[in-house]
Ligand binder design. Sequence first.
Ligand code: ZN
Length: 398
Amino acid sequence: MTNPGLAVRPDEIRRHNLGLVLRQVHLNGEMSRAELTHVIGLNRSTIRALVSDLVDHRLVVERVPDTRTGAGRPSHVVGPRHDGPYVLAASIGVESMTTAAIGLSGAVLSRRDQAIDAVGAMPNLIAGRIIADLRHHQRQVPAGARLVGVGVSVPGIVRAADGMIEIAPNLRWQSVPFARLLAERMPTRVPIRIGNDGDLGALAEHVRGAARGIDDIVYLAGDVGVGGGIISAGTSLRGSGGYAGEIGHMMVDPVGDECGCGSIGCLETKIGEVGLLRACKRSDQHGSRAMVDAYAAARAGDPEAVDGVAHTAEWLGRGLASVVNIFNPRMVIVGGNLSGLVELARPQVEDLLERHSMASLLAGVQLVLPGLGGDSSLLGAMEIGFEAMLEDPTSVTA
Ligand SMILES: [Zn+2]
């Protein structure tokens, strides 16, 4: 007996297949129909029909390449439309915010970086700033380009289902229905997704950064807070509530300092901004600029800064050793201002990593900086902003 509820309707298959083709173009940029046929594993005529559908939906363009190599007709090339769909991506930090209009394959059409003071700020004011930026970006994008989604990265714990920020300790935000605050202000109705900055950084590095093609990674990024994201066997490790990966709140010192999360001795208290500046005897300073200054002083040989950086790097190494032991990654990516620690004190980080992780687990682990520089979380926000359209390209009206 067959269950009619399980029957897959032809239009569902078509939507799914359209999504497969569009996702490939999004991931790789221009691709020939022959490559699409090979990667997706459907036959040539099906791919041709799917591409033609996507062209009709004004999502991609198809052209005949002008260079001929070898015999036979060259395969048509499929690429994103320059005036095709785009998302509004936003990355909210403690002291800065970036918003951008980004097209398929990660083409940044318009971008705005601004200093903000998000700590204790009214979340609705920040939502208002994002919408103001959207209006600015809408004037910059090519005529005809359509907004298809919004993705926002926040340094906090987010309930993915409805975009509720449960807690963002370093912003002092709690129970903020951020997706709703944005939706109420949006000029058009599009899907809005909110994600944790560490998870989104890991996602973007996996999809188009340093970890492209590597399926087991740990991503750690820090400035005031220290966020993390884990990808295991190619899938984002989410946990039961979707909150996994809070590497910064791994307790490393039972007699340590109070952390913004309410616990004590979290890794964040050792390697975050406050910990680094204290170790460098610069507790009277704060902010990203102060971290950069401390690194510069260490580079110039200032003894207190040199000691402080080495000490902080050791904590980073200890923390990473536990992470390596638990998750067995092939790559560990250290981003945000923490990347400065790896640049300056890689030997100390590696020494502690070696001392505290098990040899079999550490073998072959690469410790690298983000391939996307400071934009990992922003581009991760872009990825979740596109997700609804990639699941069903027919949801976008031509
Ligand atoms: Zn904590």
